[in-house]
Ligand binder design. Structure first.
Ligand SMILES: Nc1ncnc2c1ncn2[C@@H]1O[C@H](COP(=O)(O)OP(=O)(O)OP(=O)(O)O)[C@@H](O)[C@H]1O
Ligand SMILES: CC(=O)N[C@H]1[C@@H]2OC[C@@H](O2)[C@@H](O)[C@@H]1O[C@H](C)C(=O)O
Length: 361
């Protein structure tokens, strides 16, 4: 039994920080197995958060420069983590940070240059998991469903509550998945105005009340009626959601309360549409799983047919980094790691660019 030892690196849309998950993978008679051996979250400084957030508006030159500088920073973080944990690593699988995602225009870009990362960590790097799928006409997202299908198939549904919410499930022998809409992105936008990183356990939101007008407008956003495959991101938030929040006269408390109900209504709607069993287990991960008010409202909207299952804090926080590490393993073995049933691409693919260190450091 060969164990693959991989460092997965992930920076998500909520811009809270970089997740590092050192994982072991091996194949048994019952399929793929994994263990998350060591983890670390490196919170972004205000400077990094601002640079990554503003990448969407940068000139090509500034964007290219940021790609290199961020790749170097990722390499440094990997090096420090590996040294302090004293772990043998076969290779790094890095998602990077999405700066642009407009698959309809054939565009997706994850910052964190692979060659620079390989050189500064002195390890083989697999990255750029999305662009081949977009070239094949797919959404390039979500990608974690390959992991849901091969590592978490005992659950009826897998839900991620990051900046964006997405869901995945098996239907007629195929994995289906899509971005439902928002999760923490608009909540963090509001709490940022209040000088807070986020609303711990939804304490502020829980004291608010529903702004009915805003709720109706949010629920009326056209994205929700699009059929899957579909994916969304910061561009949609800025163009369609932010103007609605800015136009509302409600207090921050009421905005947070309304946004959580809105998110949960849309999540429940998306899941109910695909429920086929009387009882379903919904594995729920991503930072939103730590927000007890969000989870209580979600369970209320889902009702008794769908049970929200909250796993360990490690899995909540590091499932995405784990799955990108796993996608690296599949890539290194020339196995399919991006599913066209999820993304709508012309075909499944073995995605990810491979970079070898050139011994510069
Ligand atoms: N205790 C908590 N109470 C409330 N919210 C929390 C708590 N812990 C984390 N969060 C929320 O979770 C967010 C981080 O979630 P996560 O790390 O899953 O997002 P991400 O991976 O960046 O997003 P995506 O999956 O969309 O790329 C924080 O920004 C915060 O909004
Ligand atoms: C383009 C991009 O980075 N999309 C992210 C984002 O964050 C959540 C959601 O939107 C999902 O589609 C995806 O990330 C996860 C990790 C995925 O690909 O499964």
């Amino acid at each position: 039994m060969k164990i693959q030892k991989v460092l997965g690196m992930m920076s998500g849309t909520s811009l809270d920080g970089l997740d590092l998950a050192y994982c072991h993978f091996w194949e048994s008679e019952s399929g793929w197995e994994f263990k998350i051996e060591k983890t670390k979250e490196i919170g972004y400084s205000k400077d990094w958060r601002d640079r990554l957030k503003n990448a969407i508006r940068m000139s090509n030159e500034a964007h290219a420069e940021l790609d290199l500088v961020y790749g170097e920073w990722l390499g440094e973080q990997a090096r420090i983590f590996i040294e302090e944990s004293d772990i043998p690593v076969d290779f790094i699988a890095s998602h990077g940070h999405t700066s642009h995602h407009r698959p309809e225009d054939g565009v997706t870009f994850q910052l964190g240059n692979g060659q620079v990362l390989a050189d500064s960590s002195n390890l083989q790097v697999i990255c750029d998991f999305r662009s081949q799928d977009v070239k094949l006409g797919g959404q390039g997202a979500p990608l974690v469903p390959i992991g849901d299908s091969l590592l978490f198939n005992s659950y009826d549904f897998c839900l991620n509550l990051g900046g964006i919410s997405n869901v995945s499930f098996q239907r007629d022998g195929k994995r289906i998945a899509f971005d439902i809409g928002m999760a923490n992105m608009p909540l963090n936008y509001i709490t940022e105005q209040m000088g807070l990183a986020y609303d711990e356990d939804g304490q502020i939101a829980s004291k608010g009340k529903i702004d009915k007008d805003l709720l109706a407008k949010l629920n009326g956003l056209a994205y929700y009626d699009l059929p899957h495959p579909k994916s969304t991101g910061y561009e949609w938030f800025i163009a369609k959601v932010l103007p609605l929040l800015k136009a509302s006269k409600s207090s921050n408390q009421d905005l947070l309360h309304t946004l959580i109900h809105h998110n949960c209504i849309q999540i429940a709607k998306a899941i109910h549409r695909h429920v086929t069993n009387p009882k379903n287990k919904l594995l729920t991960t991503g930072g939103g799983a730590l927000n007890s008010f969000f989870i209580a409202v979600l369970q209320e909207h889902l009702g008794p047919t769908v049970e929200v299952v909250i796993p360990s804090k490690t899995l909540i926080a590091y499932k995405e980094a784990l799955v990108f590490a796993f996608m690296g393993v599949l890539r290194s073995q020339q196995k399919i790691n991006v599913l066209s049933s999820v993304t709508g691409a012309d075909s499944d693919s073995v995605s990810g660019a491979i970079f070898q260190p050139q011994g510069i450091n």
